[in-house]
Write a protein of this length. Structure first.
Length: 271
């Protein structure tokens, strides 16, 4: 029985590998690439109101995610809504140093349409890698225009790539894009959570590292601390009424400032 299970597992593995290679061959043909896209890298940027800007890079090899090769970047030079600066920084950090380039991808996927693709192409050209690998951009379908599929753009080509019946190639590229988005968002949320805990409690009078740790352990989150009543806070170990009042006032003020910032950012431009 063990031998039969091993043989069945081997057959399934070989069949799966063969299917993956067949898919990559069809994708190579549709994109008119010189070599098989065995290694595909994709980047996605994430930020909240211009703060905590990050980028995530995912890697797919032979059609499957290679999570040990995923990378995250905290963007330092990119400003709010500055796609060029964000892409220039992350691509420069990934491909800029020759000693850190390998292994290079066979295909680079950029989340976005022609604009983002052209930006990426310019940066890769400046790095002297314009012939090292292929570059494509993937743009979400516009349902208002009746589009039913996402669009794949290539450098020097006005119209999106037609996939005909090879829709599994398009689905693979969508999967890679979605995975890059998930990975970047996950990293961004992690940093945002650390920043929220640090800024919300560290600036409050009388709350040092020990009290901060005690509060988070007792309540589980900053939001729960903010929602606690004054008497509950006073009753905690090491707390007194003066510190509890400072804590309530400080967290309440910060919450008000965040709501004001969000309202200002979301206010429509009437000019």
């Amino acid at each position: 029985m063990a031998m039969e299970n091993a043989e069945n597992g081997l057959r399934e593995s070989l069949a799966s590998n063969a299917a993956d290679m067949a898919l990559l061959i069809r994708l190579k043909r549709r994109l008119n690439m010189e070599r098989l896209p065995k290694r595909i890298e994709c980047f996605d940027n994430s930020h909240l109101f211009g703060r905590a800007s990050v980028s995530g890079m995912v890697v797919f090899e032979k059609g499957r995610p290679k999570k040990e090769s995923y990378r995250t970047y905290r963007l330092k030079t990119a400003g709010m809504h500055d796609d060029y600066a964000a892409m220039a920084e992350v691509l420069g950090r990934r491909y800029g140093k020759s000693e850190d380039r390998d292994p290079l991808p066979d295909l680079l996927v950029v989340d976005g349409g022609k604009g983002q693709l052209n930006i990426a192409g310019d940066i890769i050209n400046m790095l002297g890698l314009n012939k090292a690998f292929g570059i494509i951009g993937i743009a979400k379908r516009d349902e208002k225009k009746g589009e039913v599929r996402d669009k794949i753009y290539q450098m020097g080509r006005a119209n999106p790539v037609s996939f005909g019946r090879d829709l599994d190639g398009l689905l693979l590229l969508q999967q890679i894009r979605d995975e890059a988005h998930r990975f970047a968002l996950q990293y961004h949320r992690k940093l945002r959570g650390k920043h929220a805990m640090r800024s919300a409690l560290d600036d409050i009078y009388g709350v040092g590292p020990k009290k901060k740790a005690m509060l988070l352990k007792h309540f589980g989150s900053v939001e729960s601390v903010r929602g606690a009543d004054l008497e509950t806070l006073v009753a905690l170990p090491g707390m007194n009424r003066k510190i509890a009042q400072a804590l309530k006032e400080g967290l309440g003020k910060q919450n008000t400032e965040v709501r004001i910032q969000k309202t200002e950012i979301r206010r429509p431009n009437t000019e």
